[in-house]
Design a protein around this ligand. Structure first.
Ligand SMILES: [Zn+2]
Length: 215
């Protein structure tokens, strides 16, 4: 009997991870979405994630994660989201220390318990915002950790070498419902179009000449 292809998707409801979910589905994986509620500034992303996971009938789990020591601006509601003229060249204040390491560790635990062979994460290092846990070096090292732990699970990063425009092109082919994704760091009614995340998304759509259906 052929073993079923199963995957855990680290899923935020944003543009990248939704593209990854659709990519994994297109490759025949039965997908289980793992979402995190780590007291973000707003829950718009999480609501998008739940809506999208339900729409593809994927199983999902939400981990409530508490980082009481956190000083970054994404989880600290008293700090303002910075607006940069250019994307920063150093680690930006929106970096949540250890975030992807924590996410992957939860994903490993989930994957082992449901016998999934693969963990998908939507990191990309072309347009990336200088987060050190979004690099190929980091993913390679984490795959080594999975081997040391005697698992056969591998982390796959289909977007790693793609820029935002290429991700949007791939997602459009896969019929990703970009209108349902949430990218903005702020939780206003509409995307702010000023934060780094909004700017990167807008640049990607502009380059593909596709209209962003979420705007
Ligand atoms: Zn924004």
């Amino acid at each position: 009997m052929k073993t079923e292809k199963k995957a855990v998707i680290l899923f935020s409801g944003g543009l990248d991870s939704t593209t990854v979910l659709y990519y994994a589905l297109s490759k025949g994986y039965k997908c289980s979405c793992l979402m995190f509620d780590y007291e973000q500034r707003h829950n718009k992303e999480l609501l998008s994630a739940i809506k999208i996971a339900k729409s593809v009938k994927a199983e999902y789990s939400i981990i409530k994660m508490c980082l009481p020591w956190s000083k970054d601006v994404l989880t600290n509601k008293n700090k303002k989201i910075p607006v940069h003229k250019r994307l920063p060249k150093t680690i930006p204040p929106t970096y949540v220390p250890g975030r992807n390491t924590l996410f992957l560790s939860y994903a490993l635990s989930y994957a082992q318990s449901i016998s999934a062979q693969t963990i998908f994460i939507g990191v990309n290092s072309v347009d990336f915002s200088n987060y050190p846990d979004c690099t190929s070096k980091f993913i390679k090292a984490y795959n080594e950790v999975l081997k040391v732990l005697k698992t056969r699970i591998i982390v796959q990063t289909p977007l790693l070498k793609l820029n935002k425009a290429q991700i949007i092109k791939l997602g459009t082919k896969l019929n990703v419902p970009y209108q349902d994704t949430w990218t903005c760091y702020n939780g206003y009614e509409k995307p702010c179009m000023r934060c780094d995340s909004c700017k990167l998304r807008a640049k990607g759509f502009k380059e593909t000449k596709i209209k962003d259906p979420a705007i």
